[in-house]
Design a protein around this ligand. Structure first.
Ligand SMILES: [Zn+2]
Length: 284
């Protein structure tokens, strides 16, 4: 547990350093502008500005070294067996078969499509994984949502594209469940955006990131009890009046389907639209 906590703290530390480095890059631009102004005024202030630049340049190098050392001391590890893996992986090759992929057929009846059909009209549906409380799929989704691991979205998208190719009708637009601006600020990213953007490139289908808008703020779904979850009211709206389109609506985990339900009926206010569903995992 302590080891896990340390790893989490290191993840946060690494992110903070990254943010600091990004800030410094901005700072370098600002310094160069300042020094240009100083040049016109006096050579004394120019020297001061140069020293300022040199000082920050070395701080930047020092931080870069610390960052490299952190990577060496605390390398990326497999979520399942803890063995060392490359930076862009989540689980080692040996543990990949431990992930409970759903193997659903997008165009045929499957458990996700059946559950959606009870709530709203749906064309097709696909879930990448089956969500198990003690399983690897839960760990993966938690890395993406609660451990600042935005890159997980790209890995999941690559896995999805390997398993879902559009042999028949292809959706026209990818849309993602939005976060409320307050929550987006808190997390720093929408966990679905990198996933959808990567899929957009794989499938050559545009991702309309701002099509949906969330109007109310609420605490994380996964941390609420089931009863409260059922009582939650959702409030979404569409930002553009599109018609005659086949939407592929994307979310992370399908549990009660309440979120999807509200969004789908918003989109279907224009009855010429069609909906298919894609989730990273289905709570079975
Ligand atoms: Zn492993």
């Amino acid at each position: 547990m302590t080891w896990f906590l340390n790893l989490h703290l290191l993840g946060v530390l690494k992110r903070k350093i990254k943010e600091y480095l990004a800030d410094k890059a901005d700072l370098a631009d600002k310094i160069s502008i300042i020094s240009q102004i100083c040049e016109k005024k006096s050579s004394k202030s120019l020297i001061k500005a140069e020293w300022f630049i040199i000082f920050h340049y070395f701080s930047f190098l020092k931080l870069k070294t610390i960052f490299m050392l952190l990577d060496l001391l605390f390398p990326n590890r497999c979520l399942h067996c803890n063995s060392i893996i490359s930076k862009d992986e989540l689980v080692c090759e040996i543990c990949v078969p431990q992930i409970k992929f759903s193997h659903y057929n997008f165009y045929e009846e499957n458990p996700l499509k059946n559950r959606c059909k009870l709530l709203f009209p749906v064309e097709n549906a696909f879930a990448l994984m089956e969500f198990e409380q003690e399983g690897l799929s839960r760990k993966i989704i938690h890395q993406l949502k609660y451990h600042s691991q935005e890159k997980v979205g790209k890995i999941l998208a690559d896995w999805t594209a390997e398993r879902l190719q559009f042999s028949e009708e292809k959706p026209d637009i990818l849309v993602t469940v939005p976060l409320h601006p307050k929550k987006l600020k808190k997390r720093g990213y929408n966990q679905l955006h990198l996933y959808a953007n990567t899929l957009s490139k794989h499938w050559n289908i545009p991702h309309h990131q701002k099509f949906l808008k969330r109007n109310s703020y609420q605490k994380a779904q996964a941390r609420k009890d089931k009863l409260h979850r059922l009582e939650t009211k959702y409030d979404f709206s569409v930002t553009e009046n599109l018609h005659g389109k086949h939407f592929l609506l994307i979310d992370d985990v399908f549990t009660t389907g309440n979120t999807m339900n509200t969004i789908v009926w918003e989109i279907l206010k224009n009855p010429s639209n069609k909906i298919s569903i894609l989730v990273m995992a289905i709570d079975v």
